[in-house]
Design a protein around this ligand. Structure first.
Ligand SMILES: [Zn+2]
Length: 127
């Protein structure tokens, strides 16, 4: 894990920007199948593949794409903060959105008050 000690203010902000960019990409990835299926189901290209049974059609056109959307969003919410080094060093809380704003403003975790932001970056790795 990269996030094992306090980091510079700018580094924390850069990590959060990177996390937000990733979230946008995941949102697009989540919505695209739903939109594509919606468009295709209203054209002749997908009509032959839509099941005759209404229940099965609902599953194929709505349940599966929605499960994909919610699944990708949930997965990124769970894994994104650790991928971008946005976990509290003290308690492991996810430092995104309000928790990030609080950490950026105070330099400490809102949940456990662990020091997260160091006043000076230490490029040689010493504290
Ligand atoms: Zn904490």
């Amino acid at each position: 894990m990269t996030n094992t000690r306090p980091v510079a203010d700018s580094e924390l902000a850069a990590r959060h920007r990177s996390y937000v960019r990733g979230r946008t990409a995941v949102a697009l990835l989540g919505w695209v199948p739903l939109l594509v299926l919606y468009l295709f189901s209203h054209t002749r290209y997908l009509r032959p593949y839509v099941p005759e049974s209404k229940g099965l059609a609902v599953v194929v056109l709505i349940v599966i794409p929605l499960a994909w959307l919610l699944g990708t969003a949930w997965t990124y919410r769970r894994l994104g903060p650790s991928m971008h080094g946005l976990l509290c060093t003290g308690c492991g809380a996810r430092l995104v959105d309000d928790a990030f704003k609080s950490a950026a403003a105070t330099g400490r975790c809102a949940a456990c008050a662990a020091e997260l932001v160091s006043p000076e970056p230490s490029p040689d790795g010493s504290p």
